[in-house]
Design a binder for this molecule. Structure first.
Ligand SMILES: [Zn+2]
Length: 191
């Protein structure tokens, strides 16, 4: 699990540094993003790197973004056996700008001795990752955001849907989130 974690942490730091380049309107941004997409994402459609311009932001908003930007917090990692990859490590993180709660899940695998992100998911806005609301399986669905299907997580567009995995072989908790529902997710031994 350590080799997965160290490499994933390197991805989180790269992601934040590229976001900082974006906020700084770096003229070489696109080249850097393309290289990072090719290196880290099995499918560019799953990329978290944002190539859009920040020209619409006011100077104050830009300054605020720069102040809040930090690498995503890494809360938890879960290792699963996987028939295609051998092992698959799921990492749960915050966003780049809000650091108190679970927001994203990244599924990672080793391909040719490199860590690659093979899928990513966003926390369901209805059940907040719990998979149920008032004791009923969550039925959230949205044309662009995806479906919850009572898993608590929305699959990224075109990414493989492997939200239901075999039981974990290892669960590691790192930093604890502060938000209450996130803490419940943090303490669970599954996703
Ligand atoms: Zn849900």
């Amino acid at each position: 699990m350590n080799s997965f974690r160290d490499r994933f942490q390197a991805f989180l730091e790269l992601e934040a540094s590229l976001e900082l380049r974006r906020l700084g309107d770096d003229p070489d941004l696109f080249t850097h993003l393309m290289e990072a997409d090719d290196r880290w994402f099995l499918d560019p459609a799953m990329s978290t790197f944002d190539p859009s311009s920040v020209a619409m932001l006011t100077a104050d908003e830009l300054a605020q973004h720069k102040t809040m930007l930090q690498p995503r917090r890494l809360f938890k990692g879960i290792l699963h056996p996987h028939e295609a990859y051998g092992e698959l490590a799921s990492f749960y993180t915050s966003t780049l700008y809000e650091h108190t709660r679970y927001k994203m899940r990244f599924d990672t695998a080793m391909c040719d001795d490199q860590l690659v992100i093979v899928a990513r998911y966003e926390r369901c806005p209805k059940c907040l990752g719990l998979g149920s609301v008032d004791g009923q399986p969550c039925d959230f669905q949205d044309l662009t955001e995806g479906r919850c299907d009572a898993t608590g997580w929305l699959s990224s567009p075109r990414g493989p849907d492997q939200r239901r995995l075999p039981p974990a072989t290892c669960v590691e908790r790192y930093e604890a989130p502060r938000e209450r529902t996130s803490l419940a997710l943090h303490e669970a031994d599954s996703g």
